[in-house]
Design a binder for this molecule. Structure first.
Ligand code: SF4
Length: 284
């Protein structure tokens, strides 16, 4: 891993037992496996425990403001389309504060890979409720239990048009690496969610025991169901944690459609038939 690790920045800030380190090593393995030139690969993050990863990876990396990682990545990709852009951040950053950017980047099919490390709460700021917090779970801002139903991130990504959607836990290290590699090799908005233990802020309050016990919990509860509709894969910790590769499809990217409408004789709307650029004309 040394080539892609800013070892001079170590020790890192993550707590003992945190799952982010596992995801970090899988990300590095995936970048190496995918064959992308590190000089043409960039990582963008927002704010939070996961977002600190941008400071430890030896690539062009950008630690942006809270919730704005996808907006920043969109600009980067449109300005420098030859760069492979990875967004790696936490659930609160990407799907709460950055939720609007997430849905519109997926709708537009911006050619970026988004990796969401889901620790079920805002870990860095002390363990507040997030849009991923399970119903009934205790956080510092829901001391009696979370009264909200959480998002199913994979269903949201799929409904908004993401061309690749997968979910794993920090236990599935080889599958995380394979999924990120596949996601990077596709064109369009690709999304990988990874459930990780946060023993300090979430696990402690919910009596989940040590990080190792959380991994055992994942091991006992996870069931791999590839190719199912993610709407049928809500995160239900009381029964089975459904993981797998749910979506792997193709559609024109934002840049394909942009070039198509700028350069083609498509006529005036509404006489234009409204279909986006045909797959056969998409830029490869
Ligand atoms: Fe990891 Fe939670 Fe500690 Fe943040 S607070 S570093 S997510 S264990």
């Amino acid at each position: 891993m040394e080539g892609l690790l800013r070892s001079e920045r170590l020790p890192h800030i993550w707590c003992a037992g945190c799952g982010i380190g596992t995801v970090f090593s899988s990300v590095i393995a995936a970048i190496q496996k995918s064959g992308y030139d590190p000089d043409k690969t960039a990582v963008v993050s927002g704010i939070g425990c996961t977002a600190r990863l941008a400071g430890y990876i030896r690539l062009d990396s950008f630690h942006t403001t809270h919730g704005r990682a996808i907006a920043f990545a969109t600009g980067l990709k449109l300005a420098r389309p030859e760069i492979k852009v990875l967004v790696i951040s936490g659930d609160g950053d990407l799907l709460a504060i950055g939720g609007n950017h997430f849905i519109h980047a997926a709708r537009r099919n911006i050619d970026i890979t988004v990796i969401c490390v889901n620790n079920l709460n805002y870990g860095m700021t002390g363990g507040q409720l997030a849009p991923s917090t399970p119903f009934g779970a205790k956080t510092t801002s829901s001391v009696s239990g979370c009264p909200e139903e959480p998002f199913n991130f994979c269903y949201l990504a799929s409904a908004c048009g993401s061309v690749y959607v997968a979910r794993w836990t920090a236990l599935h290290t080889r599958r995380i690496t394979n999924s990120i590699t596949e996601a990077m090799q596709k064109r369009g908005f690709t999304f990988v969610e990874i459930l990780t233990p946060c023993p300090t802020s979430f696990g402690r309050r919910n009596k989940m025991g040590t990080a190792l016990e959380t991994l055992k919990f994942y091991h006992e509860r996870s069931v791999i169901l590839n190719d199912i509709d993610p709407k049928d894969a809500p995160l239900d910790f009381s029964s089975k944690i459904v993981v797998g590769k749910f979506v792997d499809t193709e559609r024109p990217t934002f840049m394909d459609n942009y070039q198509f409408v700028c350069k083609s004789e498509i006529g005036n709307w509404p006489y234009f038939d409204g279909t986006a650029v045909p797959e056969s004309q998409a830029t490869r």
